[in-house]
Write a protein that binds this ligand. Structure first.
Ligand code: AMP
Length: 428
């Protein structure tokens, strides 16, 4: 199916073509026609599926169809993080390049006055994070009374980040009569009840379960002693010449420490988390995108929504406490059909976390022991349970696993020998 069949205007089709998109993604195929009809949408889709274009394109089309001379905020997109706000704002500008709409991006950490001045000049589309949007609404520097469409993006992340109360406050400023679009990767109860209150006979659009997105990413676990994780990471980066490595750390402090350590090892690394100023975050991200920084060590929340095409390596330095976060993390690689690799450094104390992740994935992640980095403690039987269970359940899957494991093993050997010799070289 091509974009031409979706009913979008020539101005938008031209912009899509200039972006180099040849065919719509699944979420775009399903959501665009429904949004164009004016329906409310409840969409199960995560970053990397093309969901931004799935709402930005039809909304720009609707704005264009009923263009009015008087500028007023007609579309509001609420997102959880500053980075995502700036990316979604940029997408509206790019897709709307041949149209005359103005998009304003409102988030904290930067001057509110600059934002107020821009709003005063007139905007059609606002992309905002909840805190700064509420500041504007409380100060009456933004009027949303004539809003036509409200998009709540990454609703589950909003919940994780404690924004639900802010969202409820924001909803009071919006007109009752409007089109509502809700996007979320997962649907915990609080999101379901928010959706019940907000949406009017919504069309349900579900693309790719979490698992199938994860399937595209080559995943591997390196069992390792906790005390040697930094050493192993530095070793892999150097040995395999990894570039554009996004490393996840559970804490901000851990991210700082790890970045420092890698720098000491001669690897150009930067930390990316919520304690950094907006200017620092923007610079860290652009240096990473421009390949000036080899490794970006980020926390989950800060990394959410980072859209870097062709990001080849994601490393879980610590496993996340919430198994769904593993999917979000590895979704940073292999985006929009590209291939990517996700490596998890797993120490003995994280086996329960690994077990939960494998349960969610409904499959086990291949384990590789790097020669010279053998852990003192082996993987516990708990961590192996999902694989055992799957084997018992499905004979054919057992057969296929039997075929693949020796290959995997021989590749460890090759890798092990290679590693061993270079290790020796390094020591000498
Ligand atoms: P998103 O899920 O909105 O974060 O988009 C993920 C990435 O896919 C972004 O870099 C988009 O520019 C890209 N993208 C969106 N739609 C398409 C498409 N139809 N064809 C190719 N790339 C796309």
């Amino acid at each position: 199916m091509s974009f031409n069949k979706l009913g979008l205007s020539p101005a938008l089709l031209k912009a899509i073509q200039d972006k180099g998109y040849t065919k719509p993604s699944q979420i775009q195929k399903e959501a665009i026609p429904e949004i164009l009809k004016g329906n409310d949408i409840l969409a199960g889709a995560q970053t990397g599926t093309g969901k931004t274009a799935a709402f930005a394109l039809p909304l720009l089309h609707i704005l264009q169809n009923a263009e009015s001379k008087r500028r007023r905020v007609r579309v509001l997109v609420l997102v959880p993080t500053r980075e995502l706000a700036s990316q979604v704002g940029e997408s509206f500008r790019e897709y709307g390049i041949n149209l005359r709409f103005k998009t304003s991006t409102l988030y904290g950490g930067v001057s509110i006055n600059t934002q107020i001045n821009k709003i005063k000049k007139g905007v059609d589309i606002v992309v905002a994070t909840p805190g700064r949007l509420l500041d504007h609404l409380n100060q009456k520097t933004l009027n949303l009374s004539e809003l036509e469409t409200f998009v709540l993006d990454e609703a589950d992340r909003m919940l994780d980040m404690g924004f639900i109360r802010d969202i409820k406050k924001i909803l009071k400023y919006l007109p009752e009569e409007k089109q509502n679009l809700l996007f979320s990767a997962t649907f915990p109860n609080e999101i379901k009840s928010l959706a019940d209150n907000l949406l009017n006979s919504p069309k349900r659009v579900q693309v790719k379960s979490n698992n199938s997105t994860a399937d595209k990413v080559e995943q591997v676990v390196y069992p390792i002693d906790k005390s040697r994780k930094k050493e192993l990471l530095a070793y892999c980066i150097k040995e395999e010449n990894w570039f554009q490595v996004l490393v996840f750390s559970r804490t901000k402090h851990g991210a700082n420490k790890l970045a420092q350590q890698l720098n000491k090892e001669g690897i150009n690394a930067d930390a990316f988390h919520g304690n950094k100023s907006q200017t620092q975050r923007t610079r860290a991200l652009s240096d990473f995108k421009d390949l000036k920084t080899q490794v970006l060590v980020a926390t989950d929340i800060a990394a959410r929504g980072i859209d870097i095409s062709l990001l080849p390596h994601v490393v879980n330095f610590d496993l996340p406490y919430v198994p769904e976060d593993y999917i979000h993390r590895i979704g940073r690689t292999a985006r929009a059909g590209q291939e990517g690799k996700a490596v998890s450094l797993v120490s003995a104390d994280e086996h329960k976390l690994l077990f939960d992740i494998e349960k969610l994935l409904k499959s086990s992640i291949p384990k590789e022991i790097i020669v010279g980095f053998e852990p003192a403690q082996n993987l516990s039987t708990d961590a192996l349970k999902p694989r055992e269970a799957a084997r018992k359940k499905n004979k054919s899957s057992r057969a296929s696993k039997k075929q693949t494991s020796p290959r995997r093993k021989s590749s460890w050997n090759k890798r092990g020998n290679k590693n061993k010799s270079s290790k020796n070289n390094r020591r000498s």
